[in-house]
Design a protein around this ligand. Structure first.
Ligand code: IPM
Ligand code: MN
Length: 338
C-alpha cells in the first residue's frame, strides 16, 4: 500500500533532515507518494503565505504530514510558529503530542525508556489574553491557560490506553496542582476518573518542578507521562537532553480520532546557525518518520528503523565529527533490514 505524505521541509536544517528521513523510510521498503509544500519563514518572506486556508485544505487530503523545522531569524518570533505549526496543530485537531525518550542520562549508567504525552491543543498555547496600554508605563499583558474537560480527558485517556499496551503499565501525571489550582484541579479529577477505568495501570503524580529533578536523577521511574501543553513543551526538551541530546528527539502530533492527517516532526528547531552545512543530525527526523510509520499501520518497518538507528548510534554515528547529515542518513539506511 502506498501512503500519501505531505512533506514540509521548512526552514534551516528542516529540508536536509527530512531528505534523510525519506531516504531511510524508502530503505525500509515502505512506498510513499510524497508531495512537497513550500512553507515556512522563507516562503513567507517571498510572497506572504504562512498557511492559507486553501493550503490547509490541501493538507487535509493526505495520510500524514512530515515536517522538518520552521522558523527563521528574519521573521519575528511567533509569526511562523503560531501561523504555521500551531495552526496545523489546532486546525487538524492534533491533540496528542507524543515524544518517546530512550537513553542514559549524563553521568548515569542505567538506560531509561519513557514517553511523554503532551496535550497539544489547549493550555497557554490557545492564545487567550491580550494587551492594554501597550508601550506605556501602565501596560497590562495577560495570557491565560485554557483547559476543557473534553480536551483534558481525551489526552489523559490516550495516555492510559497507551500505558495499558506497554509492559510496565504506569502513568504519571505532571502538573503544578499546588499553584495552578483551577486547571490543576480539573486535571487531577479527570486523571482520577480515567484511572478508575484502568485498574491494571499504576499511577503517580509529580509537580513539574520535581519532575525536572527526576528527569535528570531518576528517569527510570517513568513509563508514560501525561501533562499539559506548556509543561510538556519544556519537559520534552529536558527529556531530549537526558536521552542522548535533542538531535535524537522525535515527536508525533497525533489526531487519534483520525479525522485528518497526523503530523510528524523532530523536537528540535530549524537551527539556522548550521543550516546548509550538512552538520545536522537527521536521526530525530528519521525517528519521527518511524513514528509516522507506526501510525500508518507499518509498525514493523518503524521498528526496523528504530533498530537501525540504535545500531548506528551504538557505532558512534551521529556523534560530533562522525559525518555529514547525508552520511548519517546513509549509515542508518544501510543498517535497515528488509
Ligand atoms: C515544540 C516547539 C514548538 C512548541 C514551538 C516551535 C512553537 O518548541 O514543538 O516543542 O512550543 O510547541
Ligand atoms: Mn519545544
Amino acid at each position: 500500500m502506498t501512503h500519501r505524505i505531505a512533506i514540509i521541509g521548512g526552514d534551516g536544517i528542516g529540508p536536509e533532515v527530512t531528505t534523510e528521513a525519506l531516504k531511510v523510510v524508502r530503505a525500509a521498503g515502505v512506498a510513499l507518494d510524497t508531495t512537497e509544500f513550500d512553507l515556512g519563514g522563507q516562503r513567507y518572506l517571498r510572497d506572504g503565505e504562512i498557511l492559507s486556508d486553501a493550503t490547509l485544505d490541501a493538507l487535509r487530503g493526505f495520510d500524514a504530514i512530515l515536517l522538518g523545522a520552521v522558523g527563521t531569524p528574519d521573521v519575528p518570533p511567533g509569526v511562523i510558529e503560531r501561523g504555521l505549526l500551531l495552526k496545523m496543530r489546532f486546525a487538524l485537531d492534533l491533540y496528542i503530542n507524543q515524544r518517546p525518550f530512550v537513553g542514559t542520562a549524563p553521568g548515569g549508567t542505567k538506560p531509561h525508556e519513557f514517553v511523554v504525552i503532551r496535550e497539544n491543543t489547549e493550555g497557554p498555547y490557545v492564545g487567550e489574553g491580550g494587551v492594554l496600554r501597550k508601550g506605556t508605563a501602565h501596560e497590562v499583558a495577560t495570557q491565560g491557560s485554557v483547559n476543557t474537560r473534553m480536551g483534558v480527558e481525551r489526552c489523559i485517556r490516550y495516555a492510559f490506553e497507551l500505558a495499558s499496551s506497554r509492559e510496565r503499565k504506569h502513568v504519571t501525571m505532571v502538573h503544578k496542582t499546588n499553584v495552578l489550582t483551577f486547571a490543576g484541579d480539573l486535571w487531577q479529577r479527570t486523571f482520577e476518573m480515567v484511572a478508575a477505568e484502568f485498574p491494571d495501570v499504576g499511577t503517580a503524580y509529580n509537580h513539574v518542578d520535581a519532575a525536572c529533578i527526576y528527569f535528570v536523577q531518576d528517569p527510570h521511574r517513568y513509563d508514560v507521562i501525561v501533562t499539559d501543553n506548556l509543561f510538556g513543551d519544556i519537559l520534552t526538551d529536558l527529556g531530549g537532553a537526558v536521552s542522548g541530546g535533542i538531535g535524537l528527539a522525535s515527536s508525533a502530533n497525533l489526531n487519534p480520532a483520525r479525522t485528518g492527517p497526523s503530523m510528524f516532526e523532530p523536537t528540535h528547531g530549524s537551527a539556522p546557525d548550521i543550516a546548509g552545512k550538512s552538520l545536522a543530525n537527521p536521526i530525530a527526523a528519521i525517528l519521527s518518520a518511524a513514528l509516522m510509520l507506526d501510525f500508518l499501520g507499518e509498525a514493523a518497518a518503524g521498528e526496523r528503523i528504530r533498530a537501525a538507528c540504535a545500531d548506528a548510534i551504538a557505532a558512534g554515528v551521529g556523534e560530533p565529527g562522525s559525518g555529514s547529515t547525508t552520511q548519517i542518513g546513509d549509515e542508518v539506511a544501510a543498517r535497515v533490514t528488509c
